[in-house]
Structure formats: structure tokens, C-alpha cells
Design a protein around this ligand. Structure first.
Ligand SMILES: Cc1cc2nc3c(=O)[nH]c(=O)nc-3n(C[C@H](O)[C@H](O)[C@H](O)COP(=O)(O)O)c2cc1C
Length: 506
């Protein structure tokens, strides 16, 4: 079975690593005339407008980030709450004219602002909204109708009869159109698509929590069944995750039989370039039978080798109370990646709060796979140095003291953001452990989780009036920097947090 052939993920990871040499020996020039459209547009399909008077949540961001709504206590969903969730996840929040180009920015961060993720919604029990399968169009805040009928049981069947889907009020399906991200990042784009889906999920899950609507992320499903349902060509657009939203006592009615869906969409650019290494890892990660889904959904991780995190010297720092953080709606509207940091300190309390909020594992069908490390450049109340952050104990363990601003700037692909931030958070995973448990699917899961944790770090930082930005990195040099503690682990994503240079606090 392809998903079991984990050599595929090992090879893909190896050949898409960045190093000092690789970025110099394999330069890539951007073809601006061929830049892909960031929106999927169905020109011949009818769509319905979503309400624009959104009244976004004023729930403190830190409270939304830390709350898990138990399915039994989930609120119902109506058109307004569904719209708020979709807008907070992937809405168009800002437009900027640069030269002749209009830049559209969305609610969640996206590497290169390329926005490869698409969102579809199977609405079943959403008050005021007709049952059916829709595509969410962030550009004009509309839902394009794809299919009539209740598709929840079809999706639940594809996901091993997952109870959360059978009883969901709505199911969200997230896919990635690889070319959007490949245009800049080539085959490595596969990783970026999971990160970008993760930042969207961080927003989506906190928006759902603020509405007191339960949400479960699911990545074990039969890909072909969902590709047929959504009418997507798997080599161009791959399924990333499902989210079961809310809970109803009336299980979904049987779905209609699925007919092929051939709806016209506007081409993204004149020439789409396919990157065979990306196509290969995506194909080798697909689950195509119910048995494969059952085996991945039921898999268990080998227990992790004991970390030295039980060290008595581990730092347990005070955190800031939720009430002191900005409302979630305001945080999401204000969020925007910091383009420069001021080399100023945040407080240890702020950093501890950001790390605790980032570390919450979502309700999901996969376990925590990611470990967190940091380079602390400047946090009042903390010694500068390299740290391991124990997600369970919420404790910092100093691995080596020192000023590592130079190293931090180097590791994130020589970007000053790493050098000037207050702390560089590094999400890492033992990929072998994930692959042994979940096959190649574990590769996507680990990257998705890192994206979710990174997206949470963004929200927590902005909710405290601080800045953040996602960063890419030199793979092996990052592992080496955190060895011996991080031996065998691969960096998955970096997020720098600090004081934005233009918005320095007094
Ligand atoms: C996974 C990920 C990686 C990113 N990597 C970088 C990076 O290496 N350098 C950088 O300046 N910004 C990086 N960013 C920030 C994006 O450029 C930014 O999110 C995008 O331009 C959209 O702008 P906004 O976040 O202000 O809405 C990254 C963002 C994400 C989510």
C-alpha cells in the first residue's frame, strides 16, 4: 500500500531540505506574468451571499485559544455563526495597492501570501442555510453551490464512519491547490500547503470555540471519495483535512448517490507547472480504501523517548490572564505578519503565555506530534539562550545560555526577522515516529499540527499587542543547533515573535 511505503516521505523530505548550499545552487526566479490567481472561481455556478454585518466575537483571544467545546455542549449553528467562522478562518481582511497590483490579505497567514487552501462546506443542519455542498469564496464572501442534498453521511463513510462527522451540523473540507504555492516554493510547496492549512485551522478552531461550537479535525479519510465529491483533480488539488463542526442529535440522513462533478473554473495562470516530486508524495500519502483509513485512524504512536524535560531546573513561568487579551475578532482583523522587529524584549510572562496558547493540541484524530524549541533573544525575566519548551508541563528548559541572535537570523534562511525578534519558536518533530505510526499520512499530519501551533502563536502574540511572523529555515542546521536534545528531529516551521519595528511599544 502506498501510504505504508514510508521511504517516499523520507526521500521527499530529504530532497526538499533547504541548506546554505542548496539555496545558492538551485536559485528560482519568479515568473510574475504567470503568478496564479489566489481564488477558485466557478464562473457558471450560482452562489449565495453571506451576511456582511459580521459582529465578530469579543471573546478574549486567549480564552478562545484554550477552550475545547465538548460535543455534547455544542451550540447550534446558523448562517451568521457559520459566516463568522469562515471569515475568521480565511476571509479577505485587507487590500493593498502596490504598483499596478492589488494585494489581497486574508485572516490567516500564508507563506508568500499565495493562499493555496480552498474551503468547502457540507451544510446539513445550519439554521437559515439550505442543506447542500458549497465552495467558500473569500473574495466576495459568497458560497458557490456545488451539489444539493445532505453529504454528511457520504463524508462520514469516507472517514471510517467517524461519529463526529455523522452527527456534525456542518462539515468543512480543506484542500490545497498546489500550483499556487509551487509557483514560488516548487516541490517544497507540499510542506507549505500543510502549514497554511494549519494557520487557517488555528483561526477556524478558535472562532468555533468563541461561538461555543465543537470542532474536530480529521485527516484519516478516503481521498478518492472526497475528490469525487468535490470534483477535484488529485494531481492539482489534494485534500488536507476535514473539520466536523457542531453536533446534532439527529444523525445525517443517507446522502444521494454521487455523480461526477464537472464545473468550469477560471484558470489560475497561463501555464501551470507540475512538480513531479510533489505529485509523488501526495499520491503516496493518499488513503484509498476503508481498510487503510481504519489502520491509520486506529494507529498508535510508539511512546516517545524520555526527554530530559523533567529537569528540576525547568522554568515554570507565570502567564497572563485571558481577560487581558484582545477580543478574537479584533485580533484577527489586526493580525498581519511583522515585516521587521525592533530588537526589543517582550516579557517572560508574555512569552510563556504565547507558548502555552500555541501548545494546545486541537481536538483531532491524530495525537500531538510536534515538539517546541526556542531561541530566546530578549525576554525580560529570562536568560537569553536556546530552550526546549515542554508542552505538557508548560515549562522552559534551558539547553544552552547565550546570545544566539546571529544563529537565529542565519537558521531562518538569513532573514533579519530571526535576528531581531524577541524569540524564535521552532516547531520540530521526530518524523520517523510519525511515519511508523501513520505512514506517509503522518508527514502531512506533523506539518499540519505545526501550522496550527504556529497559527495559535500568531493569534496569542497579536492579542497581547505584540507581533509575529512565520519563517522558513535551513533544515539540518536547525537540528544541529538544538542537538543533542533535538537529535533525530526535523524542524517543521518557525514563528518569530517580538515587537514590530513600526509599532514599538513604549
Ligand atoms: C508557513 C509560513 C511561512 C512564512 N515564511 C515567511 C518567511 O520566510 N519570511 C517572511 O518574511 N514571511 C513569511 N511568512 C509570512 C507571510 O509572508 C505572510 O503571512 C503573508 O505575506 C501574508 O501576510 P499577512 O500575514 O500579513 O496577512 C510566512 C507565513 C507562513 C504562514
Amino acid at each position: 500500500m502506498a501510504n505504508d511505503y514510508i521511504e517516499a516521505a523520507r526521500v521527499f523530505h530529504e530532497i526538499t531540505k533547504h541548506s546554505y548550499t542548496s539555496v545558492r545552487s538551485s536559485p528560482h526566479f519568479l515568473d510574475w506574468d504567470n503568478k496564479p490567481l489566489p481564488y477558485k472561481i466557478y464562473p457558471g455556478s450560482a452562489s449565495v451571499a453571506l451576511p456582511r454585518d459580521l459582529n465578530l466575537s469579543s471573546t478574549p483571544t486567549l480564552a478562545a485559544l484554550s477552550s475545547h467545546v465538548p460535543p455534547d455542549f455544542s451550540a447550534s449553528i446558523d448562517t451568521d455563526s457559520l459566516t463568522r467562522i469562515l471569515f475568521c478562518a480565511d476571509g479577505l481582511t485587507r487590500q493593498k495597492r502596490v504598483g499596478d497590483d492589488d494585494y489581497h490579505f486574508r485572516a490567516a497567514a500564508s507563506a508568500g501570501a499565495l493562499y493555496p487552501i480552498e474551503i468547502y462546506v457540507a451544510a446539513g443542519d445550519v439554521a437559515g442555510f439550505e442543506t447542500g455542498l458549497y465552495h467558500f469564496s473569500p473574495a466576495d464572501l459568497r458560497m458557490t453551490g456545488l451539489r444539493r442534498g445532505d453529504w454528511r453521511s457520504y463524508i462520514a463513510d469516507a472517514a471510517g464512519k467517524r461519529p463526529s462527522i455523522l452527527r456534525a451540523r456542518a462539515v468543512i473540507a480543506m484542500s490545497a491547490i498546489y500550483w499556487r504555492s509551487e509557483w514560488k516554493y516548487r516541490a517544497r510547496a507540499y510542506r507549505y500547503c500543510y502549514w497554511d492549512a494549519g494557520t487557517i485551522l488555528a483561526n477556524l478552531l478558535s472562532a468555533a470555540a468563541a461561538e461555543e461550537i465543537s470542532a474536530e479535525v480529521i485527516t484519516a479519510f478516503e481521498d478518492p471519495a472526497l475528490e469525487t465529491l468535490l470534483g477535484i483533480d488529485t494531481d492539482r488539488e489534494g485534500m488536507i483535512a476535514l473539520v466536523a463542526l457542531g453536533r446534532t442529535d439527529d444523525p445525517a440522513t443517507p446522502s444521494p448517490s454521487v455523480e461526477p462533478l464537472t464545473l468550469e473554473t477560471i484558470p489560475l495562470s497561463a501555464n501551470e507547472v507540475a512538480y513531479p516530486d510533489l505529485v509523488k508524495i501526495h499520491r503516496e500519502s493518499r488513503l484509498v480504501t476503508a481498510d487503510e483509513v481504519a489502520s491509520v485512524a486506529g494507529a498508535k504512536l510508539d511512546s516517545a523517548p524520555a526527554q530530559s524535560s523533567s529537569s528540576p531546573s525547568a522554568l515554570h513561568l507565570e502567564t497572563i490572564t485571558s481577560e487581558e487579551s484582545m477580543g478574537l475578532g479584533e485580533t484577527i482583523l489586526r493580525r498581519g505578519s511583522s515585516r521587521a522587529f525592533a530588537q526589543e524584549p517582550i516579557t517572560a510572562e508574555e512569552l510563556a503565555t504565547i507558548m502555552a496558547a500555541s501548545s494546545e493540541h486541537p481536538q483531532a484524530d491524530f495525537p500531538p506530534l510536534t515538539d517546541t524549541y526556542l531561541i530566546v533573544n530578549a525576554a525580560n525575566g529570562m536568560e537569553p539562550g536556546a530552550y526546549y519548551y515542554n508542552r505538557d508541563a508548560r515549562a522552559f528548559e534551558l539547553l544552552k545560555p547565550g546570545n544566539f541572535r546571529g544563529e537565529a537570523g542565519y537558521l531562518c534562511l538569513e532573514q533579519p526577522l530571526g535576528m531581531d525578534c524577541s524569540a524564535l519558536i521552532v516547531y520540530m518533530a521526530d518524523l520517523e515516529r510519525a511515519l511508523h505510526a501513520f505512514g506517509n499520512r503522518g508527514y502531512g499530519d506533523a506539518h499540519l499540527e505545526a501550522g496550527i501551533l504556529g497559527g495559535r502563536a500568531y493569534l496569542a502574540a497579536y492579542s497581547l499587542g505584540r507581533g509575529a511572523t512565520g519563517l522558513t529555515f535551513y533544515d539540518d542546521d536547525t537540528t544541529k543547533f538544538f542537538e543533542p536534545h533535538a537529535a533525530g528531529k526535523s524542524p517543521l516551521l518557525m514563528v518569530a515573535v517580538g515587537i514590530p519595528r513600526s509599532r514599538m511599544k513604549s
